[in-house]
Design a protein. Sequence first.
Length: 288
Amino acid sequence: MHDWLAPGAFLSPLLVGEAVRRALAEDLGRAGDITSAATIPPAARARARLVARKAGVLSGLACAAEAFRALDPAVSFRAGKRDGDKLAAGDLIAEIEGPAIAILSGERVALNFVGRLSGIATLTAAYVAKVAHTGAKIADTRKTTPGLRALEKYAVRCGGGVNHRFGLDDAVLIKDNHIAVAGGVGPALAAARAVSHLVKVEIEVDSLAQLTEVLQTGGADAVLLDNMDLATLKRAVEMARGKVVLEASGGVSLQTVGRISETGVDVISVGALTHSAPALDVALDIDG
């Protein structure tokens, strides 16, 4: 599996196995693939090719391989690409050979994973290209498909993006509602810093006045600049550069992300990477 992963990326095989088995159970139901069972002799073998119908960036090979092997370990999955590779329309991604029923029964699950994850990687790469002339990084959010977050965040890395926190338990992000309930920026930051010396603390601000208060209070590792226009972002960078990591968020699109990056922010978080990415068109062709 590691030969297929994007360079420098990690994806737990246990996580892949769990996600794929859930998907297979959903698709096969109680009686299994009754169409293939009815029409294909049990001993029949098949050869198939996983191909790209559209250009994009590949992600999800481990899930595709597992979809077939979980049904029959005798299925051979030979990938000619690896996650993170750029695809042209018509490119051969992998060759699959083995028991025909297992290949036909795992086809849709394999395509769903590769199409979904490659779509995220492809959209991420488009955003990354828009900011390549600056030092800004493109990050994801927690706006992910329930149960698939780790896979979708892996796909973001395949596209050249970086990951924001994975959940509520691995970093502190103090948002406007936390500030309101905690009694202000100062009390919120003081309480957050007491959590652990190993936990990073980020706080959201929506005005330069709030940013000033954060800088005067101290205790933040990063500041999320929420829904600020370009002029305000530039001023925020002037005020805080070198003191904290600055993240821009809100109203980010492929049309606006380049100009946002030019303000000098360090990170731009984009929910659309995972909540609005169209699937990449991939297909499984059985050799006749």
